[in-house]
Write a protein that binds this ligand. Sequence first.
Ligand code: DHE
Length: 558
Amino acid sequence: MKKLSFFILTLFLSFLVVSCGNDSSATASEKKENKADKKEMIDGIPITQAEMERASAIYFDRCAGCHGSTRKGATGPSLLPKGDGKFAATRDLGAAGIRVFIENGTPGGMPEWKGILKEDEVELLTRFLQVDPPETPPFTMKEIKDTWELIVPVADRPTKPEHNRNIDNYFGVIMRDAGKVVVIDGDTKEKLAVLKTGFAVHILRTSASGRYIYSIGRDGRITMIDTYTKVPQIVAKVRASFDARSVEVSKYKGPKGDFHDKYLIAGGYNPSHFVIFDAQTLEPLSVTKTSGNACDGDKEFVEEARVASIVASHTDPLWVVNVKETGMVWLVDYTDPVHPKSTQIPSARFLHDGGWDATGHYFLVAANASNKIVVVDVPNKKLEKVIDVGIKPHPGRGANIKNKMGNLWITCHLGENKLSFIKTDKGKGQWTVVKELSLPGDGGGSLFVKTHPKSKHLWVDRTLNPKPELNSAVTVIDVNTLEVIKELPMPKEVNGRAVHMEYNKAGDEVWVSVYMGKKSGIVIYDDKTLKVKQIITGDWVQNPTGKFNMYNTTNDIY
Ligand code: DHE
């Protein structure tokens, strides 16, 4: 805030200097020079308020995920002008040094941003990273409540679908850069609604009844979409934090109560907390901070302890909340959502994304910067196993297949060209990597794997691989032989990186997004023949990322 006032004052003063000291006798080139001289300075670095705001937005979108939204470091190092004792001061690196990192990435897993960020964006970041990060204002229950908008009260919503479409086969598709969610009828492939949600929507989840879609953006905005109306429509909105990635619903129905469509949880990167909402209205009910001691080593206290993935148990009224920097898995009991009780399980640091095994008893989550997969026995509330895998596992929700080796859960890796197949059946070999598989070509960069119980195929992308021929293709593997069947380059009608696969309800189609290139699209493959069935393009298809089939998302089918 102090900084903002300083900027406003500086802007105001520079306005006074420009308007009062206007020398009509100065030449045009002198005027230009004067203007350049008057560029605002912060600690000796020339940067204007407008540039600070633009750089903050670029940083938030591209860098905050790894370096933390306050630039104090997370899975990546801190980026502070004076350093933090562990990592170099950005002032010592200077603009040239910072540029080397941005453009070339690092062997530790930072991608090369050259070609992704524009030259003027790189140049701006080299200055922005040398000045103190902007301060973040508080975001407490009061601020959260102030953002709540109930657009259509429950009493005004239809009690049954107003159409004859097959909601189970609807797809919610994220148009990331446009800040929109598109609902597509998976049977007819018609676009039903393009809805403005929030900046850089990250994931979608669906309510336990399969009626509502909830989106969460990197800006922490949650949007609730009703699929019962003729045209899907937004019925409520709220903001959970400044920076977020995860949202989940309550899915338990059994002797302990019926919690279908009752509560919703959102995890915050910044502030580091989780918020519980009424799932029908999005009214905020409670906020719980996740800062705490790390699970290992000197058990240091971590203030920015970001909430990564959250999943709902089907066997108990609880959510599995994975806290990244502390490596603590919180099992949050939502039977009293205003005063939720939690069991905290120490596991391994830098928890990120994960999914259920085939039984829905065990949750497997990547501790990505520790190169491990953590297994949690959810009904018994205990750590089951920590498994060493490859460099930077990134499973998404993973994939469950069954072959002669038994039931296997799979992760791909960001940091190396490897798929790890983990046996999940009780008995000999449980929780061991029974098979590793390399994909064609070098390097890692895989983000997601996907399969379906009715399919004989496992699909994997290579989105962050530096080679265009690899990052614009997906690979299909036979679940029985565990051999690569085919590398599928995206068709010429689209251009960009291939990311995230999703099956339709029947399990006979696979939808792949193409983004970050010259022509966005959604490519639909026939899962049996591996031939392209349809390509969805249009001016409304803008950098699509995650796609979520209603039935598969509700029932955790992957
Ligand atoms: Fe994601 C899931 C965090 C970058 C697309 N992403 C997740 C989850 C987390 C996360 C914690 C698990 C949510 C859950 O299950 O509750 N993602 C992050 C980051 O911190 C990171 C590395 C950097 C960032 O700045 O955000 C990041 N993610 C990306 C991308 O660049 C992707 C490809 C496109 C985008 O949105 O910018 C991307 N992430 C996704 C998708 C999922 C996801 C599509 C859901 C996968 C699923 O099938 O459930």
